[in-house]
Design a protein around this ligand. Structure first.
Ligand code: ZN
Length: 320
């Protein structure tokens, strides 16, 4: 079993369960309660699951949507800070096993930038996880440039986690099986990342770093098509570089919730294995399954070790 770091691993704490409840409202009660219990455990159950998967270290982040769904900005700022302080205390209990991503109130760009800086510098977190849009506003909005300026200066990873869209697309209506993790979140989150590229955020902040789960939310599969359709014969989108440049340069991806060779091999071919990191998406996915998958997939051993562990050490400044 190869040793691993996982970085899309979730928790919940007081103050955040009310935001999370609607996302599991349609689940059978027993499953909902089990997920709540796993999300709020930082002890034996979580650690045993990590051990079975070979995960030495989990980077923990609040399960969404968190304050991305909070209508009162002052409450959002205060609650995010409390969540980060809570996580910092849990990390202090097991600094050998846990690290953290900051939770940020994107309702206020400067407050989010300040909290990111506090979390990175004082709490030693290794970036932030933002649960998609904040009340319908995406991360390419010009009001958020001060946030990106700070994130770039800190050199820290900003990971976009899927969330429900503002409204259900007509094409998905009538087919609840297509909602959320089946397909809806991939389209929503991939589109969110593309908004950052097409909105020129990475032209303005060329060293900004974006994280995506689920093997890059299909973007690695589509590089040629993005470049082809945004070239001079089609839409001239006014970017300094081909779209693929930003996907290869500004985006780092994880394997969360994707235990199969085809998208992994596509991502390796498209982005290079140095930009791919293992994740399990615990407790929403089975860490053991994800760990076993990476251990047994047909891969060069150096590539396997880099994806499992070394890339996270290098990119997030993690490890022992
Ligand atoms: Zn997740």
């Amino acid at each position: 079993m190869v040793k691993k770091i996982a970085l899309e691993e979730h928790f919940l704490c007081p103050g955040f369960i009310e935001y999370w409840n609607p996302t599991v409202a349609e689940m059978p009660a027993a499953k909902r309660e089990r997920l709540l219990s796993l999300n709020t455990d930082f002890g034996e159950v979580r650690l045993a699951s990590m051990d079975k998967a070979g995960i030495e270290r989990a980077v923990l982040a609040l399960a969404g949507p968190g304050v991305q769904a909070e209508r009162d900005t002052a409450t959002a700022i205060r609650t995010a800070k409390a969540g980060n302080d809570f996580l910092a205390k849990e990390i202090q209990r097991r600094p050998d096993r846990y690290s953290g991503f900051a939770h940020l109130a994107m309702q206020d760009a400067r407050a989010a930038a300040d909290e990111l800086e506090r979390c990175v510098k004082d709490l030693k977190f290794c970036g932030a996880m933002i649960n998609g849009h904040t009340l319908g506003q995406y991360l390419d909005h010009p009001s958020l440039y001060p946030f990106w300026e700070r994130a770039e200066a800190l050199g820290t990873l900003i990971y976009i986690h899927p969330t429900d869209p503002v409204s259900v697309a007509p094409v998905l209506q009538g087919h609840p099986g297509l909602r959320r993790a089946t397909w809806e979140w991939t389209f929503e989150t991939g589109s969110h990342a593309l908004r950052l590229i097409f909105g020129g955020v990475f032209d303005r902040f060329p060293k900004a770093r974006l994280g995506l789960g689920h093997m890059g939310e299909t973007l690695p599969f589509l590089l040629w098509r993005f470049d082809s359709r945004t070239g001079p014969d089609f839409y001239n989108v006014g970017l300094k570089n081909p779209v693929s440049h930003y996907i290869k340069t500004n985006i780092e991806i994880t394997t969360s919730g994707m235990c199969s060779a085809e998208p992994l091999n596509c991502a390796i071919a498209a982005l290079g294995h140095e930009r791919i990191m293992f994740s399990a998406d615990y407790p929403f996915e089975r860490a053991e399954e994800a760990g076993h998958w990476l251990d047994s997939e047909k891969l060069d051993e150096k590539v396997r070790a880099d994806i499992a562990y070394n890339n996270a050490v290098r990119l997030l400044g993690l490890g022992k």
